[in-house]
Design a protein around this ligand. Structure first.
Ligand SMILES: [Zn+2]
Length: 93
């Protein structure tokens, strides 16, 4: 008989392990009382599919929104240069 805790060979009928001192009966009860691992309620692909559907719907909504509300085209700015004021900005009336 082997100790279930440390694997040291124990005498048959022994109550305690000679290697780690565990009491076999207590160890057995402890093992039995441990909850058995339950499978997750939903499989992994389920959550991923839901997340993908949400992202897809969000992107679709954005696309529909920007197609129906086209923004004004912004003037292009070249980074690093200060935009010059319009030529008539400093003229006196
Ligand atoms: Zn042991």
């Amino acid at each position: 008989m082997k100790c279930p805790n440390c694997g040291v060979a124990a005498l048959s009928g022994a109550k305690e392990c000679a290697g780690c001192g565990v009491i076999f009966e207590k160890f057995k009860k402890k093992l039995d009382s441990l909850p058995t691992p339950t499978p997750p309620r939903f499989p992994l692909w389920f959550g991923r599919t839901i997340a993908a559907a949400i992202v897809l719907a969000w992107m679709l909504g954005l696309a529909v929104y920007y197609r129906s509300h086209p923004g004004r085209p912004q003037p292009r700015r070249v980074s690093g240069t200060i935009p010059l004021p319009p030529p008539d900005a400093h003229e006196n009336p």
